[in-house]
Design a protein around this ligand. Sequence first.
Ligand code: SF4
Length: 220
Amino acid sequence: MYKILQNMRKNERYKYITAYFQQAMPNAQTELHFKSPYQLLVAVMLSAQCTDRRVNMTTPALFEAYPTSASLAVATFDQVYDLIRSISYPNSKARHLISMAQMLESDFGGEVPSTLEQLTSLPGVGRKTANVVMSVAFGKTTIAVDTHVFRVSHRIGLVSARCTTPLSVERELTKNIPPQLRHDFHHWLILHGRYVCKAIHPQCEKCGIRQWCQSHKEKA
Ligand code: SF4
């Protein structure tokens, strides 16, 4: 009986929050600038531990110098490093970008692949990056769990406290969110985490979903 009640509450929470975000953010999209799957992949790789704003300041010059994976594949480390030096972890990201481009050329004919297995075989591409590319570039029904999605899902109470890893959060969200809503949901949680439910100072007083938020209820 307790489990049924718990599931009912959770279902209602998903329902209410979906309705709120559909009205508040009907066109939620990534804030990264890109014009092709290749550019998206590069931008998402650069965005790890870095703001989208900073990435967007960096990519125009990078894409001008290396408009395709073929051109990036023959770049030197110093050339790429110089263009991304203001981004976090420029050393490893420069190495990964060049290796990733080389593998795109050698194994995928210069095309960004669209499956999890293929994407994660690329140097520097983890599950989160692959899920973003699959969702945004190829319209697949994946949910990428970054730091915002992880934190906000827990605070709202969309996932159980037992979900202590990004993969377990991804699985629970995927179980509860219908395929046609996953793309939007992913962006709703990111944008809500970035601008309202911030890591250090969540702005609960102006949050439109506070009456359905588990963390807010516990603090009240
Ligand atoms: S009420 Fe506060 S903790 Fe809950 S989602 Fe909103 S900002 Fe985050």
